[in-house]
Design a protein around this ligand. Structure first.
Ligand code: GRG
Length: 302
């Protein structure tokens, strides 16, 4: 989708994000409809529709479009990715995990619905995400199967769950190495961001070499995203973040800034994003959204 600034005629990330966010919000609103038992659907919708940057669905749509696919081909997967991301936030905020009261500028799911329903709302979103991918209309079944396999790998013990376990096991330790920190974040944050990009490509019919190239782009932006997340935990306010600020410092967690300092962390994030952008040169103007999204990841304020 060509979104250009009226004056400069150049690609405008601001307009692109605004437009894509509106489209994604509308699709999410339609994806989970209230049914019986009402409470669980309300709890699922409460967190799913609570805002957020919608970066994951937007990455999926952008990758699909760059490789010649249509938004319709990727929309169910884009919504499913946001369902999975949202469920991971609901569970991460639970007292047994990070124990947080605020998310996306609102009380966390368990604060509103109680811990039991919050756990089940996460479970409901996770299960429905896979069903929703499988229900994608007009995309060959073999592509959907590939997406389902990659999603399962990214979310389970091989991905997000594994990263969260090592994160929990590292709590309270002061001697966490940069290798362990990289393991935590490539699994906890990077794996889902990677499948956002690769699933968009698969749905558009990309070949393995192209998927591998996009995996590398996504791994770079995934790590940069987490470095910036650690920086923002120190430098941004609660209002800017919509969640509790300074949590890592309070919990004395080992983070990239605690290992490298703020300046080196910023430089590393920038280096990763520059590599990611350079890897998309061969796609010409079609790569503008994915390149601009990489820039956004290092420059974001929340
Ligand atoms: C996935 C089965 C399953 C269980 C969950 C709790 C848990 C296991 C994992 C924790 C995953 C987690 C919360 C990782 C942090 C990822 C991260 C940096 C989130 C913030 O993402 P943003 O900034 O948030 O894109 P918005 O609100 O903008 O969407």
């Amino acid at each position: 989708m060509a979104v250009v600034d009226a004056q400069t005629q150049e690609f405008s990330l601001e307009q692109y994000l605004k437009k894509q966010k509106t489209i994604v919000e509308a699709a999410l609103d339609q994806s989970v409809v209230i049914a019986e038992p009402v409470t669980i659907y309300e709890a699922m919708r409460y967190s799913l529709l609570a805002g957020g940057k919608r970066l994951r669905p937007i990455l999926c749509l952008a990758a699909c479009e760059m490789l010649g696919g249509t938004p319709e081909m990727a929309m169910n997967t884009a919504c499913a990715l946001e369902m999975i991301h949202t469920m991971s936030l609901i569970h991460d905020d639970l007292p047994a995990m990070d124990n947080d009261d605020l998310r996306r500028g609102k009380p966390t799911n368990h604060k509103v619905y109680g811990e039991d329903i919050a756990i089940l709302a996460g479970d409901g979103l996770l299960s429905y995400a896979f069903e929703y991918v499988a229900r994608t209309p007009n995309v060959p079944a073999d592509r959907l199967l590939q997406v389902v396999i990659r999603l399962g790998q990214a979310v389970g013990a091989e991905g997000l769950v594994g990263g969260q376990v090592v994160d929990l096991q590292s709590e309270g330790k002061t001697d966490v190495s940069v290798e362990t920190l990289n393991f935590i974040h490539t699994h906890k944050t990077g794996a889902l961001l990677e499948v956002c990009v690769t699933s968009g490509a698969i749905l558009a019919g990309a070949q393995p070499a192209e998927i591998a190239k996009l995996s590398k782009y996504a791994q770079n932006i995934g790590l940069a995203f987490q470095i910036v997340d650690d920086i923002l935990d120190i430098t941004a306010t609660q209002e800017e973040l919509g969640k509790t600020a300074g949590k890592d410092l309070d919990a004395q967690k080992v983070t990239y800034p605690s290992l490298w300092g703020l300046e080196k962390s910023r430089l590393e994030a920038r280096k990763l994003v520059s590599e990611a952008i350079a890897s998309l040169e061969i796609y010409g103007e079609g790569a503008n959204p994915l390149k601009a999204l990489a820039e956004y990841i290092v420059n974001r304020k929340n």
